[in-house]
Design a protein around this ligand. Structure first.
Ligand code: NAP
Length: 346
């Protein structure tokens, strides 16, 4: 009889990316533990994962833990070889109190790393974001890499940008100062799309839902780099086991940014009448600028109008052997799942 594969903790099992990580880990034969803020969520999360094709569900267990409290984390990490720390508040929209997003992200990062260190975990893979790399800069032709960090007093920086940058910096500081033999690797996804789980729609899939619902009068001149959630999960698994990944950051993007209106074209071309509410028009920059005076949600985008950040995932391909799908596949997988689940207007 072969020994079971190692045990992995995935934080925030109710989330979109964490759910896909759990599916892949179970399919590869790992023992998986996940955290939820309350164990009352366990059966709902299990049922979402089952609907999404979970295999080997008996190898999945749950622990209650919140990023804002120490309680639960020692039990969550006990006996784990690896931790994928995915949970963090995802509020890309305007928030009145920035600390509501920043504090749980930063404290949560350190809390999870400290617990992992104390329990003798080998490696933590932290889900950071491209927001920790390339934001707060004036328009530039610079090709962003893992060497870059967002500038938090620059243009277009949101509470979310701050939360991701400060949480990742706090994680590297912890490893540098107190980490001992604990290893860290960080994954920096761009906008994540792909098969929706349950009925919760994460930030980037919102663009597809709003497009199919006709909830946008047109597309602003924004450029978005996209990656499929299945490839993001795969990058986490590779960063967990690839020896050379220790101590490294990895940008994960399926390719260069695409203009938002190209998403509409992809949807219309593939879905025909099912995409009848998808807008064809562009919204002039001047209208977005005026709108942003009244609508706080639009403000962070003004700095990005017509600006495509250049970046590369060459490092993830080279070090991890990571091979992502095309962005079209991610966009259409989101759309298909939304349609199948009846989460968009017919
Ligand atoms: P999501 O579906 O909203 O998942 C967020 C998860 O974090 C949920 O499980 C949530 O639990 C948990 N969480 C939030 N606050 C918490 C707290 N105080 N204590 C414990 N758990 C808490 O978002 P996602 O898209 O999967 O994002 C997962 C990670 O990927 C995040 O770190 C995010 O910054 C990063 N990321 C996402 C994208 C993207 O486009 N989606 C891009 C780059 C990076 P509840 O269900 O209890 O709220």
């Amino acid at each position: 009889m072969t020994a079971p594969l190692p045990r992995v903790l995935v934080t925030g099992g109710s989330g979109f990316i964490a759910g896909h990580c759990i599916l892949q880990l179970l399919a590869e034969g790992y023992q998986v533990r996940t955290t939820v803020r309350s164990l009352a969520r366990e059966s709902a999360v299990r049922s979402v994962l089952s609907d999404a094709g979970m295999v080997n569900g008996a190898a999945l267990s749950f622990v209650a833990a919140d990023l804002t409290s120490d309680s639960g984390w020692p039990d969550a990490v006990a006996g784990c070889d690896y931790v994928l720390h995915v949970a963090s508040p995802v509020h890309v929209e305007h928030v009145e109190n920035e600390d509501d997003v920043i504090v749980p992200a930063v404290q949560g990062s350190v809390r999870v790393l400290r617990a992992a260190h104390d329990a003798g975990v080998k490696r933590v893979v932290l889900t950071s974001a491209f927001h920790a790399v390339a934001y707060g800069y004036a328009r530039t032709d610079h090709q962003f890499t893992e060497e870059d960090w967002s500038v938090l007093d620059g243009p277009g920086v949101t509470a979310y940008t701050k939360s991701k940058t400060l949480a990742e910096r706090a994680a590297w500081d912890f490893i540098g100062n107190e980490g001992g033999s604990l290893e860290l690797a960080t994954i920096l996804p761009v906008a994540v799309m792909g098969p929706v789980m349950g009925t919760q729609i994460s930030g980037s899939n919102n663009i597809i839902q709003r497009s199919l619902n006709g909830a946008m009068p047109g597309y602003p001149h924004l450029w978005i780099p996209i990656v499929d959630v299945r490839d993001v999960a795969k990058a986490h698994l590779l960063a967990m086991t690839t020896p050379e990944a220790a101590g490294q950051r990895f940008i994960v993007s399926s390719g260069p940014a695409i203009e938002m209106k190209a998403i509409g074209v992809i949807l219309k071309t593939a879905l025909g009448a099912r995409a009848k509410h998808v807008p064809s028009r562009s919204i002039p920059n001047g209208i977005v600028r005026i709108g942003s005076r009244f609508n706080k949600e639009l403000r962070p985008f003004v700095a990005d109008l017509g600006f495509a950040r250049k970046m590369t995932s060459e490092k993830a391909r080279r070090v991890l052997g990571w091979q992502p799908r095309d962005p079209e596949e991610a966009i259409l997988a989101t759309a298909d799942s939304l349609i199948r689940k009846d989460l968009v207007k017919a």
